[in-house]
Design a protein around this ligand. Structure first.
Ligand code: ADP
Ligand code: MG
Length: 291
């Protein structure tokens, strides 16, 4: 592309909140065949809110207060939702000791002298907590697109906490148009399969990789590249920095982590998914000029 056409594309992009790193990013994006897209914070707002508290023994308030006290140690969006939910219900939160975050799985620590854990089924399996009797309730929450977490104490489940994150306005439309341009779209998320599939249905995505780690997201990008595809990855940098770096084109949600923005070819300032479509059109337009 000519320096002039690149300058024009860069200017048009900036006006629409699409920051383009350089000419190479434009050129590469015009050739991309597949888009791997993160769920939390990319397809969804990334601002989950507390929706359900289920107590198996004792009071709901106790379950929520323990969960929220634990989450005070975490910076995960799920943690913020749980703490905010507890505060909104006027619950006083105790201090957490020996706090540990288990990346992509949950949190553990001691609250009021009780060793408790909050997280997904994989974390509960590691801790030897039997969740079979809860599976029906967990599945029902997940079918609504909610993220369900189990609160456990010493190998015993005390309750369930669920949070929901809204799908971004215009997400389904942006996905449909990108599919219309011939892009293969794959959702990748650390969240549970049933939750991921509910969000995939809402956004019209038919390929889903759920319960994946940040390394799995990177491996997915590399697997698609191994199939001969040129791959873009869109994410907010929370859990997907390695995949963003491995992709032929990284698309960072400007609302996410700074590391994402640094390695990305494109940054969507408003985190608006129509920006991906706009970036693709700018890339194709610029490249068409030189052919
Ligand atoms: P995503 O890829 O959707 O951003 P993560 O990889 O961060 O999700 O997390 C995967 C799953 O691990 C979550 O859906 C949740 O069940 C569990 N989890 C992660 N962090 C926490 C936390 N701080 N508290 C409770 N559960 C958590
Ligand atoms: Mg994320």
């Amino acid at each position: 592309a000519t320096p002039m056409s690149i300058m024009v594309a860069t200017g048009r992009g900036a006006q629409a909140g699409v920051l383009i790193r350089d000419a190479e990013a434009l050129e590469r994006f015009s050739k991309v065949d597949a888009l791997v897209i993160d769920k939390t914070g990319t397809l969804t707002e990334g601002k989950p809110a507390l929706t359900d508290v289920v107590a198996l023994a004792g009071a709901e308030a106790e379950v929520l207060a323990l969960a929220a006290a634990l989450e005070r140690g975490s910076e995960h969006p799920l943690a913020e939702a749980i703490v905010a939910g507890a505060e909104a219900r006027g619950l006083g939160l105790q201090e957490v000791e020996h706090f540990e975050a288990v990346t992509g799985h949950g949190v553990t620590g001691r609250v009021g002298g009780r060793d408790v854990a909050l997280g997904n089924a994989a974390l509960m399996a590691v801790l030897g907590v039997d969740t079979r009797s809860l599976q029906g309730r967990i599945s029902a929450l997940q079918a609504e697109g909610k993220t369900a977490m189990v609160l456990a104490e010493g190998g015993r489940a005390l309750g369930l906490i669920a949070v929901a994150d809204r799908v971004k306005d215009g997400a389904a439309e942006a996905i449909r148009e990108l599919q219309g341009l011939g892009l293969r779209i794959v959702m990748a998320t650390g969240d549970a399969r049933a939750t991921a599939e509910a969000v995939a249905r809402q956004t019209g995505i038919d390929e889903v990789e759920a319960e994946v780690t940040p390394e799995d997201k990177q491996a997915l990008v590399e697997r698609l590249q191994g199939e001969g595809l040129s791959v873009a990855m869109a994410g907010d940098g929370v859990n997907d920095a390695p995949a963003l770096a491995a992709a032929d084109v990284g698309i960072a949600m400007g609302t996410g982590a700074d590391v994402a923005v640094e390695s990305a070819g494109f940054t969507l300032v408003k985190g608006d998914l129509s920006g991906i479509l706009r970036a693709r059109r700018l890339a194709e337009g610029t490249m068409r000029n030189i052919r």
